[in-house]
Design a protein around this ligand. Structure first.
Ligand SMILES: [Fe+2]
Length: 248
């Protein structure tokens, strides 16, 4: 598996064909933004709400990015939609999650994640023609005690609606079991790679040339959690995205 830590052409032709890439935490972290990781982690304790399942909490912030003038806006419409094809469990209906406040965008490590992802996106060939992109920030905590299991939705191999998804690990408990990312060939659906995000801000980026899943989370001792930010990218027309509120 290729590991990229500093190059800006991460989403190159090789990535497009391969379907996934691991990006080490150093790509996003610096001496200047390291301390702010504490502030981001705290939000997972205070700002997330159960999303219908007791073992999973989340908050959501939808952004619109105008590539031409590099302006990020927060649309009034903050609902989230997945097709039934991409999510047999929760797809097919509009979901309204707890909203994450836009102040999160001021946290230096979040700024770094957004700036660097958008920099990569600017040159990403498959979305080159899209002047407006919708970016979804899904703040998700999987939380589990020794006797249970916490899992994502959908819970096995699938492709997302979004043509590009970054999975940024924010924190993984020491006693966590599982929570590994599986990559599978798109035609045979045979698993080809297992990727474990272990260090904070370790990142996996996926396109639709592979299937993927995350193994359920368990705990060896006490309560364990896995906190991630899913950074989803799609053309503006696939999620409603009116540009009412300018935030950055
Ligand atoms: Fe997914």
């Amino acid at each position: 598996m290729k590991v990229i830590s500093s190059k800006s052409d991460i989403l190159n032709q090789d990535f497009i064909a391969c379907g996934f890439r691991f990006i080490t935490s150093e790509y996003y972290m610096s001496k200047e933004n390291l301390a702010s990781l504490h502030d981001l982690k705290k939000l997972f304790d205070t700002e997330l709400e159960e999303d219908g399942l007791v073992y999973r909490k989340r908050a959501y912030l939808k952004l619109c990015w105008n590539k031409l003038n590099d302006l990020i806006t927060v649309p009034m419409n903050q609902v989230y939609y997945q097709t039934p094809q991409s999510n047999k469990v929760d797809g097919g209906h509009v979901r309204q999650f707890k909203g994450m406040h836009a102040k999160v965008l001021e946290i230096p490590i979040v700024k770094s994640i957004i700036t660097k992802n958008l920099k990569m996106l600017r040159h990403y060939q498959p979305l080159k023609m899209d002047k407006y992109l919708t970016v979804g920030l899904h703040f998700i905590r999987y939380e589990v005690s020794e006797s249970g299991a916490s899992y994502s939705s959908p819970d096995w191999l699938h492709q997302d609606d979004e043509p590009l998804v970054f999975i940024h690990l924010i924190h993984l408990s020491r006693y966590a079991l599982g929570g590994d990312n599986l990559i599978a060939d798109s035609s045979s659906q045979k698993i080809t790679h297992v990727v474990r995000l272990e260090n904070e801000i370790d990142t996996l980026v996926l396109n639709k040339n592979v299937y993927h899943a995350v193994t359920p989370l368990g705990s060896r001792k006490g309560v364990a959690s896995r906190d991630v930010i899913l950074f989803t990218v799609e053309p503006q027309y696939s999620q409603q995205c009116e540009m009412e509120t300018i935030c950055a």
